[in-house]
Design a protein around this ligand. Structure first.
Ligand code: FAD
Length: 386
């Protein structure tokens, strides 16, 4: 890989220094209590890292996606959990590209300063699952308002966010010409509607991810909350997905680096049969294999980010980056537990916590099957299966 620019190396050092203040004890306590790591998110915000993609005219640092990837990767490689804050980065694209000037003027400076958190992304629903075009949440225009009814699931960080990007159906499916039309995107000011049409119910999951169900019962929001044109929300989501996949892939690379580093250190220090376990090739080879796979996936992540930054459409690269990086982070997690043996299961080493956290990324925000399906049909031209 090309040597990193001084700017990226500096970002990496600064993120690492910030993360040093949030050691394993901090994450273990949050994990045990299933508590939102608010102090960590505030520190990232204060340091400007979560405003990386916000243009400088709006108070952000206007960095490239490649730089944002370095931030997310380094958070994970430090043993921290960027899942508490990553949505702010990856849903920013929708607001930047399709938000009105009024929405950008109103919200971006406040998001950049940390006054408001944009951390909730309401797409998934319990009955439609991966089939986003079948989602049922309805938004009906009434005068200068929209009235919203329905339900979202897995809306992560909903309890800790001020703003939510919400996808809802504005035209019934049977009335649209193209099946990708009729969905609209809204920027919901959650403080205005909580308890007044919106109810949030946390879901306890295998890791600390603050995921929730969100219920809408005649929730009224101003018509000015519509992002872009009515009916075009699915197109907006698709265009934001490349950035999302690349950023998540960067997190997976960070996780893989953390697991590889832990395994390497432990294998060198742990003595059994009067010699380091890392002297056995049965222990060395899985670590070396994960390292090689991680480096290959890392190349694809930065390549995808660079294509994005140059204004290209990295659909193929973003999907492959996410596929390869999520698979290697999970392989490295498994390898790390195996290397640690019994101690891999003890909470104090953080391996079991990171193992649980790393499991998510071959499922969400897009599952491996759906990526393979994209590659098969859209890149390789195989017949459509759905
Ligand atoms: C912890 C967590 C946090 C999340 N955060 C958010 C969030 O903030 N916002 C949000 O909107 N969503 C969020 N999600 C939802 C996530 O994006 C979905 O879980 C994911 O996209 C898979 O959808 P599903 O769970 O409905 O699975 P389903 O659609 O029910 O699919 C189940 C399995 O079947 C496979 N499958 C389905 N259809 C096909 C097909 N045609 N071909 C091959 N395989 C298929 C899938 O790949 C998957 O493996 C989160 C999920 C989790 C677990």
């Amino acid at each position: 890989m090309r040597p990193e620019t001084e700017e990226l190396a500096e970002i990496r050092r600064a993120v690492r220094a910030l993360c040093d203040d949030f050691p394993g004890e901090y994450w273990r306590a949050k994990d045990a209590a299933r508590e939102y790591p608010g102090e960590f998110v505030d520190a990232l915000t204060k340091a400007g890292f979560l405003a990386a993609l916000i243009p400088s005219d709006f108070g952000g640092s206007g960095l490239s996606l490649d730089a944002a990837c370095v931030i997310m990767e380094e958070i994970q490689a430090s043993g921290c959990n960027g899942g508490a804050a990553h949505a702010q980065m990856y849903i920013m694209n929708t607001l930047l590209r399709y938000g009105s000037d009024a929405q950008k003027d109103e919200y971006l400076p406040k998001i950049a300063s940390g006054e408001l958190r944009l951390q909730a992304f309401g797409v998934s629903e319990p009955t439609s699952g991966t089939d986003t075009l079948s989602l049922k949440t309805r938004a009906v225009r009434e005068g200068d308002e929209y009235v919203i009814n329905g339900q979202k699931i897995w809306t992560s960080r909903a309890e800790h966010s001020d703003l939510m990007l919400l996808l809802a159906r504005t035209t019934p499916k049977e009335k649209v010409e193209k099946k990708t039309e009729g969905l609209s995107m809204f920027l919901v000011d959650m403080q205005q509607v909580i308890g007044r049409g919106m109810e949030i119910k946390p879901i306890r999951t295998m890791m600390n991810h603050s995921s929730c169900e969100v219920f809408f019962d005649d929730m009224r929001i101003p018509a000015s909350a519509l992002v872009g044109e009515e009916g075009k929300g699915f197109r907006y989501i698709l265009s934001g997905m490349n950035a999302e996949r690349i950023l998540i892939a960067a997190e997976c690379i960070g996780d893989a680096k953390w697991f590889i580093d832990q395994a390497r250190t432990y294998a060198s220090d742990r003595n059994v049969f009067a010699r380091p376990i890392g002297q056995n090739q049965g222990i060395q080879f899985p670590i070396a294999r994960c390292y090689a796979q991680m480096r290959a996936a890392e190349l694809m992540v930065h390549h995808a980010a660079q294509v994005y930054d140059e204004g290209g459409n990295p659909g193929e690269e973003a999907n492959m980056a996410k596929l390869l990086a999520s698979e290697v982070s999970w392989a490295a997690a498994d390898m790390c537990v195996q290397t640690f043996g019994g101690f891999g299961f003890a909470e104090e080493y953080d391996v079991e916590r990171k193992f649980r956290e790393a499991r998510l990324y071959t499922v969400a925000p897009i599952s491996t099957n759906l990526i393979l399906s994209y590659l098969a049909e859209h890149v390789l031209g195989l017949p459509r299966s759905y």
